[in-house]
Design a protein around this ligand. Sequence first.
Ligand SMILES: [Zn+2]
Length: 430
Amino acid sequence: MSEKNFNPSTPHSRQAEFGFEVGTRLTSPEGEPMLGRTGVINTPHGQIKTPAFIAVGTKATVKALTPVQVEELGAQAVLANAYHLYLQPGSDILDEAGGLGKFMSWEGPTFTDSGGFQVMSLGSGFKKVIDMKSVDQSGPDDAVAPGKERLANVDDDGVWFKSHLDGSKHRFSPEISMNVQHQIGADIMFAFDELTTLQNSRGYQVESLERTRLWAQRCIAEHFSLTDSRAGKKYQALFGVIQGAQYEDLRRKACQDLGAMAFDGFGIGGALEKENLGTIVGWCSEELPENKPRHLLGISEPDDIFTAIENGADTFDCVSPTRVARNSAFYTPHGRFNLSGARYKRDFSPLVEDCSCYTCQNFTRAYIHHLHKSKELLSHTLISIHNEHFTVSLVDSARNAIEDGSFFELKAKVMSEYYAGNPDPQGLPA
Ligand SMILES: [Zn+2]
């Protein structure tokens, strides 16, 4: 296809193989229509009822869990990472295996993120910025975290980066990311974008946003070309990624620019401070096409989940449920607690009394405390099952509450129980 004549707004004929239907719209307690909604995403590997929490399987595995366990705990889809799979085992291996789902033996829908986040966040060493911590905005645009070497360099064509595994040098560009993600073969892919941090100046955000817009066009062109050349494969949908940091005009412009392009859906990415999360997701939902799904990258705290759903996000992903599980922290309706505490030694109750997950149906806090103290790997599995189930179920209950008109009652109940009077809100060792 000729680059010169390519129009990124013209849809590809195979995009009909992916779809999204809006279901019930959220209404305010006063009966006013709001941005939140339920819906159904249709992929070649099945449906995702939204809002939905997507389990993270960075390296084609949800850490410590078999795909059967992931399915049984209620997850509808898995999100893997293009950067990690490109470096190890190599995206060509996944292609030869028949794609991500087949390779990892997960039959349901799959996502890959573009690798941009990892390339750039590992590259600048500023991992924490993306964890929604407030930062000083006065730093230089090329700042590198203290004690870190800059491992990524962005130019208009793409990014040079060094592997975090062996220091080898690699290049990612919109075209390379699309080729890598087509080889990995997930149902939903993300366009390659530049990740900025809250420390970047407004001037840099403007420059970066334009780069991300041009990269979005190149991603669509390459994606459509690959869709044609790999005609025997199932259709892979492509989501554009909305950047613009904390600036309303930049976020709205990004939504208008990318919203006019032939993307199948959108990711809301980049630097988000916790206190601005709802506002920023709301700006994006107001601007983006109503009939396309919106994914919010990287949230899992209950208050963030409710805020995002209320403001129009359809799917979310986050590593936290399995990451904190490996540090023996578990979620309950009354906050996050840590099983390493001595008080659990003779606690023969389940992690959560009425939880329907496999872990809570079969094991006690005392037993999992013992596994943790003995450094037995089964503790990772059992707590991960519970934490993923807890998060997936929370989002499922929010979906049901939108349908039956009780969303704000549910939100108030969850918030008051989860954040009230927990002596150990972050699940730190007691
Ligand atoms: Zn449980």
